[in-house]
Design a protein around this ligand. Sequence first.
Ligand code: GLU
Length: 453
Amino acid sequence: MRAFKARMKYGHCTLFMNSSVRLRFAPSPTGFFHIGSARTALFNWLYARHTGGTFVLRIEDTDLARNTPEALHVLYAGMRWLGLDWDEGPEVGGPYGPYFQSERGDIYKDYLEILRKTGRVYDQDGAVYFKVSGEVQVITDLIRGRVERLEEKDFVIFRSDGTPVFHFVNVVDDIAMKITHVVRGEDHLSNTSKHQELFKAFGAPVPEFAHLPLILKTDGPGKMSKRDRGSLVEEYINRHFLPEAVVNYLCLLGWSPKENREILPIKTIVDLFELTAINKNNAHFDAQKLVFMNAEYTRALPLEDLVARVKPVLTEAGLLEGYADGYLKEVLAIAQEKMRGIEELPVNLKSFFSDDFEYDAAAKEKVFKKGDPKARLHELKGAFALLREFNEESLEIAVKALAEEHGVSTGEYIHPARLAVSGMGIGPSFYGLLRVIGRDRVLKRIDDFIQVM
Ligand code: GLU
């Protein structure tokens, strides 16, 4: 049923109807949702949706000190913001729960008993050791290809304080939850031989492995860490990025569609996504490219959708009081084509909603340098006051007529007037700006500006 729902939702044509493919994202809550973790979650989700399989969220919270409600909230909120819905896991349930490792103690004990019965463990100094097989482990990673490794030393699976070790719980849960594909960061590749030993010791099928390339800092060779700017999903939520832009960007960190297209709707990515197409080279996080993508997405949003997303942001900035939705829509209709993101709007659009705005210093300097802006503004005022209609067409005709009459370029009117009306040197189309601000406010602002010249 779930697989069928996933299929309907994304409208695939190439999918198995009742896929047994099961993937999991298995984060340890840290209080941060790192871009690298988000990419891991996303690639698991993409493949689950691509195959019509199941996406499980499992919380690896054996380190109870970090297991706080806030840490979990950051994770759930981040995943939901990105649209990574899970089919089984916390808050959703499912047949293989509980989905918190901290609640699975009895299951781990039962699994330990299996290894005791088959003679694969022994106790030493209070800890429980797993006896390695002595066989070379050949891992056929879907991304890295064939990797061979011999585990030479027996390793601890239960510490002397009775708590199970990561390798053990990770594998037990993958077996118990019937995980078919383990997709995780390359930093775990070195654990995989231990894990494969454990799968075999339990007589369980070894899942497919896919180890994702590292994400490196924007500049420099190091791995992105949570201290790097732009490395946390929270930051993009707070900066009002569009989640679909962030998701699209994250998809390209290690994966790309064959035709090298970059901006793709998620539905298309789900259709095209293959684990085997993931690049094994490390990916560089390019903050500027993400900003660029966010701008593209913002400018491409249907107007109604843009209004809905901008409204809470401008409301929070205290700008919308007394303004109807229709006015906001008119503002966005002219401002959208030059937008770089919603983040900048409380500042850039302030003059549409408030008379209390500053004049941009650099724009002011530029305007004062050229011609006689004061005279031009006086002429504009006169002409604007006489117009029968105050719209793009009539305004443009009036400005052109003035320019001709006084033998100057239209820019000598447009630049000081834009600054007077909006406080800025750049922005939406000039005539649209005047129309939306409206004649009374335009005339008043030109007057105010003349006072400070
Ligand atoms: N809890 C581990 C991590 O966050 C999971 C590793 C895995 O996906 O197998 O790195």
